[in-house]
Design a protein around this ligand. Structure first.
Ligand SMILES: C[S@@+](CC[C@H](N)C(=O)[O-])C[C@H]1O[C@@H](n2cnc3c(N)ncnc32)[C@H](O)[C@@H]1O
Length: 429
């Protein structure tokens, strides 16, 4: 692509944030649709700024409300998001203040609002002047719990009620940048062999006793820097997500259904553990299903991949029964907020009841496709009991042929450990 067609990255950040907060798109989707306008060298910065703004949104809004008599609305709303981008750089990046202000002000041309250059410049410079006192005001704003925790109140209330002792630790973990975890393909390298390869590239890492293929990188790196990534030596996958395939315990030759499989992170792990298992990977989202194929290709694995709705398995299932089913149910994703901080502003309290209903419906429709003696693993990346423990309790009550195997596992996000995840293993008797 011609270099001249790349846009000012602050303008692109503002557009991406606009797409999330005004149009309800996920930040990953919004950034993906702008990707062709970003030079490779700028991709890390655009990610850092836009994800960072989502992480600390209430703080940045607090400052703007103190600095402006009238908030920018209507056709000028995108400039409100540009101001967030400017403030984030000043507060949370190493970009020198003058450059942060200059580049942000320069973005008004790409946003086709040159007449408002003075407003953006004025607000950012006023922030620099008042920075210390505004930060103090923000710290003292204890009435506004949302400012202090950077979480919406409906979610805080749910966390407090589910985890009266741990909610603060969960909130703190959610507000951190996430650690980068890898899953080593043990068919290619042992964990210690791969750590040696990383060391040669000056990439520091730690292994983790509970999961034999997991490595945490001390500092996140682009996957292109990972030795033999393209050849399938490793996959980027959070520690907690790596439990799924181990709990499913697939065997070669078995019939396995990976339900809600896209983008295939767990499909490929199942095939690493049981390379000749007959895996059917199904997801309702045709675009995301393409990514299962891409991941299978990179890892040189084979599975049958279908677009299908978990609510209507009779439409896509060829009549076979499965030895094992992984149901990685669509959920609130409240366990992965540190990876996707936009979730805090996209989800609504009312979504939880709808999701709970959908999860339960998929579970009940899929259950008949499990052989007697077979195993189903129910997983979510949620920390809310309604989507997890309470679902399983209800299912066990209503389905006498379902028996719980082992303990229910509710992982909570921790600073250096894995994401928030839930697992239940059910046997059909
Ligand atoms: C948590 S993600 C799955 C992650 C995936 N298992 C992995 O490890 O890469 C949940 C998935 O559920 C899919 N989904 C949502 N509703 C569905 C439905 N009714 N039937 C099938 N898939 C559905 C979404 O498209 C999404 O890809």
């Amino acid at each position: 692509m011609n270099k001249k067609s790349y846009q000012n990255i602050r303008a692109l950040c503002a557009k991406a944030i606009f797409a999330v907060l005004e149009d309800g798109q996920s930040l990953s989707t919004a950034l993906a649709s702008l990707n062709h306008q970003v030079a490779d060298k700028d991709k890390a910065l655009i990610q850092e700024i836009s994800f960072g703004v989502m992480r600390v949104l209430p703080e940045l809004n607090f400052y703007i409300h103190h600095l402006m008599k009238k908030v920018l609305t209507g056709k000028n709303r995108v400039l409100h998001y540009l101001l967030l981008v400017g403030l984030y750089q000043i507060l949370y990046t190493r970009i020198p203040e003058h450059a942060a202000v200059g580049e942000t002000v320069g973005a008004v041309n790409d946003l086709k609002k040159p007449q408002l250059k003075g407003v953006i410049n004025g607000v950012l410079r006023e922030f620099l002047r008042q920075q210390a006192s505004l930060k103090q005001k923000f710290q003292q704003d204890s009435k506004q719990q949302i400012s202090q925790t950077l979480h919406p109140s409906w979610l805080l209330n749910r966390l407090k009620s589910a985890y009266p002792e741990q909610w603060q630790a969960i909130v703190n973990a959610n507000n951190q940048k996430p650690p980068m975890w890898l899953r080593v393909n043990l068919n290619h390298y042992s964990v210690s062999e791969y750590q040696q390869l990383l060391e040669k590239q000056q990439i520091a890492s730690e292994s983790f006793a509970d999961i034999p293929c997991a490595i945490r990188l001390t500092t996140a790196v682009n996957v292109t820097k990972l030795p033999f990534f393209a050849e399938g030596a490793v996959t980027v996958q959070d520690l907690s997500a790596q439990y799924a395939a181990y709990l499913l315990a697939p065997k070669n030759g078995e019939q396995i259904l990976d339900m809600c499989a896209a983008p295939g992170g767990k499909t490929t792990h199942i095939l690493e553990l049981a390379p000749t298992a007959n895996v059917l990977a199904v997801d309702v989202d045709a675009n995301r299903v393409k990514r299962i194929d891409e991941n299978l290709t990179r890892l040189k694995q084979h599975a049958q991949v279908k677009v299908g709705d978990g609510l209507t398995p009779e439409k896509w299932c060829d009549g076979r029964l499965f030895d094992r089913i992984l149901l990685d149910a669509p959920c609130s994703a409240t366990g992965v907020i540190r990876r996707h901080p936009d979730i805090k502003w996209l989800r609504r309290d009312s979504d939880i009841a709808q999701l709970t209903e959908l999860q339960y419906a998929i579970l009940t429709r899929i259950w008949p496709y499990l052989k007697t003696g077979g195993t189903l693993v129910y997983a979510t990346c949620s920390v809310l009991p309604e989507e997890n423990k309470l679902q399983i309790c209800r299912f066990l009550k209503e389905n006498p042929n379902a028996k719980q195997q082992g303990e229910l596992r509710q992982f909570l996000p921790t600073e250096l450990g894995g994401d928030g995840f839930f697992y239940a293993v059910l046997n059909k008797v």
